[in-house]
Design a binder for this molecule. Sequence first.
Ligand code: ARG
Length: 459
Amino acid sequence: MKKLWGGRFTASAEEWVDEFGASIPFDQELVLEDIKGSIAHATMLSKCGILTEKEAETIIGGLKELKEKALKKQLEYSTKYEDIHLNIEHMLTELIGPVGGKLHTGRSRNDQVATDMHLYLSDQVAEIAALLGEFQETLIEKAGDHIETVMPGYTHLQRAQPISFAHHLMAYFWMLERDKQRFTEVLKRINISPLGAGALAGTTFPIDREYSAELLGFEGIYQNSLDAVSDRDFILEFMSASSILMMHLSRFAEEIILWSSQEFRFVELDDTFATGSSIMPQKKNPDMAELIRGKTGRVYGGLMSLLTILKGLPLAYNKDMQEDKEGMFDTVKTVKGSLKIFSGMVKTMTVNTDNMKASVTKDFSNATELADYLAAKGMPFREAHEVVGKLVLDCIGKGCFLADLPFEEFKASSSLFEEDIYEALDPYNAVARRNSAGGTGFAEVEAQIQKARLLTGLE
Ligand code: ARG
């Protein structure tokens, strides 16, 4: 078969080599973006008098027809035409004749492919931001139901201080809020047009890049043609924002997995988001949470892979850059899927408030309350820490908890203790009182949820 660049070549292509070089098996995902970019380009060429109105009309008509077919999944791609750009150009020429060949005036596949990817990511990132918003709403709703649900808070995975379950959920709300901001920030740099940069050096045709950028909804154009066709930092930024988001989801997933174990029994996942075992009838496995934790690895992998592909590439375009696509598509799919699943999982999970509460009653997570109590009465905190430490040791020896000690024992360790000590030891009170800004006190958590509602437009 004669290639588009056949003029310069003597030997004809070999199929197995073509297959290795082709990107059509995966870049067909960009078909709508490719057609959209071409329509804008043709419109601009005609406005600038480079194509006649008639030519542009014929080309755009053909492209629209191809778009209809693409939407109906009726286009048949071939590795003979390497990538989505050449496939579409070939189909267009078949459809409207040689005038189809004029579409490529004043552009190259190098600025074309970059344009397609900017268009693609722009839509996808907006969708991801919307999914993040939906997940945040789920968290707000769930947190709203559990402001006064008291649970153990951990450091080093050791019980530390009792907290509100809503507070724990809202911690993830704020992480996702920053994730959303990061994606929105990346959008600014995705929304720049490389179209018209040509192969690397611009073109001699009197094109209007600002105009085609405007037609495509971009906010501006790349100021340097070499930069426009050779950088992929907009994808890297997307992938790094995705990696950070997945890291957050993975931590949350890990907690859901722990919480649904028999050792914790803090939550029970809805059957939809769990699976059974083929051999152990009692099992209910948190597969979806585990998968999200696992998929975090592939998203990091995508980022590392693209960083490595770009490292050391001389300007401008190099075929290495064709390797930028699969990781990008995979990251988009993984992030969108993970967000949808996670939101559904949290929405439908049952919270075992009694188990959470029982855990904080039978532990030493109220020890800080006791130290704070003494410190509030004037004892230096370090000394108070020592006094309480001894009481804890005493309890461990006796096999009881702080609230089980008779009042005389408190009094014997410090004269500052009064009968109200038992109120201070109550985990519910311990949480209720922590109303410093951003603390876990019920009033503060309520205020936090209110702020979150305003931020997400729920109110
Ligand atoms: N399929 C190519 C890619 O994805 C398109 C650009 C090809 N340009 C070139 N000069 N070979 O990177």
